[in-house]
Design a binder for this molecule. Structure first.
Ligand code: NAD
Length: 255
């Protein structure tokens, strides 16, 4: 019996096989969960369809988290096709490329709002859409990064989004707690994915982890997936409102 046997997990944010969301979906599948994957649009659809053949009885749904009508349709489709959701994984972020290089000082109002909308507010919107399908409680997870509290040059506006996202985790954890719904974040070390490559200097980040993290390396999607299994499963039933670092220990270092 897997740790997520007979659970239904909604995993939002698979774009390709390097996506952290795919690492999480595979770990959930291994532990017995049925996965519903959502993807942004046509560009991602073919990849996600191919990947989903590795899962048991998968459900695939398209959802742009900036569109309220998509979230409404998502809830209706989930109600019809799976009925109940036990786990929601929000593994979604976006900022314009020009805002992930150069000076933070130059962030435009529009660029700031786009990034916050997709990367932080969407957790609130997704939780609101899906929580009614968790009548007996559930687990909501999102993905964050240490730049929420320390300066990583070029991470810029996304760092501010991650700070907002972590605050959203705490407020949602507080409000949804009485319904038995837990809300947590995983703070992952740098991993080469499409989104991470948009941040100028990603290779320097990874090299710094190799030199300074206690484990002398960064992490991979599989390690994040395994931590997500813990947060999704009853093993973490007393844990909510937390940021769990899966970063080879880098965040404890002072120099
Ligand atoms: P990724 O590019 O594979 O995933 C990002 C996902 O966001 C994609 O599937 C993309 O389609 C989706 N997305 C963007 N805009 C969307 C929208 N409007 N509606 C719906 N989906 C949308 O990259 P990833 O690294 O797997 O990123 C997943 C999460 O992990 C992000 O929150 C990222 O900030 C976080 N994270 C990544 C790293 C890293 O180093 N890769 C480290 C820490 C945290």
């Amino acid at each position: 019996m897997g740790l997520l046997q007979d659970r239904c997990a909604l995993v939002m944010g698979v774009a390709n096989r390097w996506s952290i969301a795919w690492g999480i979906a595979r770990a959930f599948h291994r532990e017995g969960a049925r996965c519903v994957l959502t993807y942004l649009g046509e560009r991602e659809e073919e990849n996600v369809r191919k990947l989903a053949t590795e899962l048991r009885d998968p459900v695939l749904l398209r959802c742009d988290v900036t569109r309220d009508q998509d979230l409404e349709a998502l809830r209706e489709q989930l109600q019809e096709q799976v009925g109940r959701v036990d786990v929601l994984v929000h593994s979604i972020a976006y900022a314009r490329t020009e805002d992930l290089r150069g000076r933070f000082l130059d962030t435009s109002r529009e660029g700031y709002l786009v990034a916050q909308n997709v990367s932080a507010y969407s957790l609130v919107a997704c939780a609101r859409a899906v929580a009614p399908l968790m009548p007996e409680g559930g687990s909501i997870l999102t993905l964050t990064y240490l730049a929420s509290e320390r300066v990583f040059p070029n991470y810029n506006v996304m760092a501010v989004c991650k700070a907002a996202l972590e605050a959203c985790v705490r407020y949602l954890a507080y409000e949804l707690g009485e319904r038995g719904i837990r809300v947590n974040a995983i703070s992952a070390g740098p991993i080469r994915t499409a989104s991470a490559r948009a941040v100028a200097g990603l290779s320097d980040f990874i090299e710094t982890y190799r030199q300074r993290a206690p484990l002398r390396r960064t992490v991979d999607q599989e390690e994040v997936g395994d931590a997500a299994v813990f947060l999704a499963s009853p093993l973490s039933r007393g844990v909510t409102g937390q940021v769990l670092f899966v970063d080879a220990g880098y965040h404890i270092m002072g120099v």
